[in-house]
Design a protein around this ligand. Structure first.
Ligand SMILES: *Cc1c(COP(=O)(O)O)cnc(C)c1O
Length: 444
C-alpha cells in the first residue's frame, strides 16, 4: 500500500465533503445518461432509476446469504426466478437462482453439469463442453476455474453456430452443448433448435446463454418481429442464463440461472456439513449476497410488467433499425450479419474501422472495439433514441475523414488494436494485457 502513497486517513472526512468529491469524480466517466456510450449501462430513464434506487436502498443492509433470516429476500429471489422462467417458456418444474452477474450464472451452469457428470458418468475424467467461438468469455473463465475443457468451434459466415462442426467436435468426454441468444459480438441467435436436438441425440445437456436476450427477446417476439425459438420451448434446452441487470433494467448485481428442473439444480448447490461455525449451504458462487440487488430486480420486474418491457423493447428496436439502416447507407460501412435484436457490430472493407472508432471517440462517442473481424460494437439502449441522428451524422463525417486520410499510418488506439488483432503471437498479447491490468489496478 505504502509505495502507492494512499493510506487510510488518520482523521475522518465529513460526509458532505466526500459526497461532493465523489460527484466531481464522475466528470471523466462514460457519459451513459446522454447516450454517448454503447455498452455497460442500460439506462431506462430517470424516473425508473429513482424508483429503483429506493427499492435498492430499502434492502441495502440485508444479506441474501441466509434467506431463512429474510423472508423478504427469499420472496424476491424465488419470484424473480419464477417470473424469468415463465418468460422463457419454463415448465412447472423450472427453477433456479439469482446470481450477481451473467458470468456467475454461466459459472453455476457449468458447475452443475460438471457435477452431474461426476455423479452420472464417472468414467469421464476430463469433461468437455462444445461452444461456438462467439460465446461469451465467461464460458472460458468458468472452464478455467472448474477444470472443464472448452472446445471452441468456428461459427458460420453469418456468425451463427455451425451445428455440423459442433457435432463433429463432440467426443466421449463431452457433457454440454452451448448456444447464445443472442451472442454478444454480432447480436445473432445461434440455431438453438438444432443445437438442442444435437444435445438430445447425444444424451447431453444444452445451455442457452440469454444473458443479453433473456429480457429482450420475449418482448421482441411479442411485438411481432420474426425470431427463431431459443428458450425452454425448444426440446433439449436444459438451462438458460438471463441478466436482469442488462435489458431487465435492474440495479447492477442481478442475473438469473434457470434450470429445467430441480434434479438438475441440486448439482448447483454447495453444502459443507463439518464446519465449526455450523452447517453451511449456498446456492451459488458468492457468500454474502446483496439484498439491495435482489430487491431492485424484483421491483423493476413488478414495476414495468410485460407492458413496460414491451414499450421499452418497441422503442429500442425502432432505434436499432434506424441505426442499422443508417450505418448501412454510409459509404464503406456495413453491419455484420443479420442482428436479431438490439445489439450489433459494423465494419468496413475500405477504411480502418479502429481509426473510425478513435475519430468517434474524439467526438465523445465510445464503443467497444472487436476483433475477428475488426468491428465497432453497439448495444442500443433507451438513451440512444434521442441521439441516433446525431450519431449517424457524426459517423458519416468521421467515415469520410478517415477514408480521405487512409494513406497515413494508424495512430493511438487504432494502431494498438490493429496490431493486437493481427499479431500471431497471442502469448505476447496476453503479456501486454497483463501489464495493462496491473496498470489499471494501480492507484493513480
Ligand atoms: C454480459 C454477458 C455475459 C456476462 O454477464 P456479466 O453480467 O457481465 O457477468 C454473458 N453472456 C453474454 C451474451 C453477455 O452479453
Amino acid at each position: 500500500m505504502k509505495e502507492q502513497g494512499v493510506m487510510l486517513p488518520t482523521k475522518g472526512t465529513p460526509g458532505d465533503q466526500l459526497l461532493k468529491e465523489m460527484g466531481d469524480l464522475r466528470a471523466n466517466d462514460a457519459r451513459w445518461k446522454e447516450g454517448r456510450t454503447w455498452s455497460l449501462v442500460y439506462y431506462p430513464g430517470e424516473e425508473i432509476y429513482d424508483f429503483l434506487k429506493k427499492a435498492y436502498t430499502m434492502f441495502f443492509a440485508e444479506n441474501g446469504l441466509n434467506p431463512g433470516a429474510f423472508p423478504s429476500i427469499r420472496k424476491f429471489e424465488t419470484e424473480v426466478v419464477a417470473m424469468t422462467a415463465g418468460m422463457l417458456g419454463g415448465g412447472p418444474e423450472a427453477c433456479g437462482a439469482v446470481t450477481s452477474c451473467g458470468t456467475e450464472s454461466i459459472m453455476m451452469a457449468i458447475k452443475t453439469y460438471r457435477d452431474k457428470a461426476r455423479a452420472e458418468r464417472p468414467e469421464i475424467t476430463a469433461p468437455e463442453m462444445v461452444i461456438p467461438e462467439t460465446a461469451h468469455p465467461a464460458f472460458y473463465k468458468a472452464a478455467h476455474f472448474l477444470d472443464v475443457k472448452a472446445v471452441r468451434v468456428p461459427v458460420r459466415p453469418d456468425f451463427r453456430a455451425d451445428v455440423e462442426a459442433m457435432k463433429a467436435a463432440v467426443t466421449d468426454n463431452t457433457i454440454l452443448i452451448v448456444g447464445s441468444a443472442p451472442s454478444y459480438p454480432q447480436g445473432v441467435i445461434d440455431p438453438i433448435e438444432e443445437l438442442a436436438a444435437l444435445a438430445l441425440e447425444k444424451g447431453l445437456s444444452c445451455h442457452v446463454d440469454a444473458c443479453l436476450g433473456g429480457f429482450m427477446l420475449p418482448f421482441v417476439r411479442k411485438l411481432g418481429y420474426p425470431l427463431p425459438a431459443f428458450d425452454f420451448r425448444v426440446p433439449g434446452v436444459t438451462s438458460i442464463s438471463a441478466d436482469v441487470h442488462k435489458y431487465g433494467f435492474a440495479a447492477k448485481g442481478a442475473s438469473t440461472i434457470i434450470f429445467q428442473n430441480k434434479d438438475l439444480r441440486r448439482h448447483m448447490f454447495y453444502v459443507f456439513t463439518e464446519w465449526s461455525g455450523g452447517i453451511y449451504a449456498h446456492p451459488t458462487m458468492t457468500g454474502t449476497r446483496p439484498g439491495g440487488s435482489f430487491a431492485a430486480a424484483w421491483a423493476i420486474m413488478k414495476h414495468l410488467g410485460e407492458e413496460g418491457y414491451l414499450r421499452i423493447a418497441d422503442s429500442i428496436m425502432k432505434t436499432t433499425k434506424k441505426l442499422i439502416d443508417g450505418i448501412n447507407s454510409i459509404p464503406g460501412l456495413y453491419v455484420l450479419g443479420k442482428p436479431d435484436m438490439t445489439v450489433f457490430a459494423f465494419t468496413s472493407d475500405s477504411l480502418d474501422i479502429y481509426a473510425l472508432g478513435d475519430a468517434m471517440e474524439a467526438r465523445g462517442w465510445s464503443s467497444d472495439r472487436q476483433q475477428r473481424p475488426a468491428s465497432l460494437h453497439c448495444m442500443v439502449a433507451l438513451a440512444h433514441e434521442k441521439v441516433a441522428d446525431q450519431y449517424l451524422a457524426d459517423l458519416r463525417e468521421c467515415a469520410l475523414a478517415v477514408a480521405e486520410n487512409k494513406s497515413s499510418l494508424p495512430e493511438g488506439t487504432a494502431a494498438m488494436y490493429g496490431m493486437m488483432g493481427t499479431l500471431p503471437d497471442r502469448g505476447m498479447i496476453k503479456d501486454l494485457v497483463l501489464n495493462f491490468m496491473d496498470d489499471l489496478m494501480s492507484v493513480k
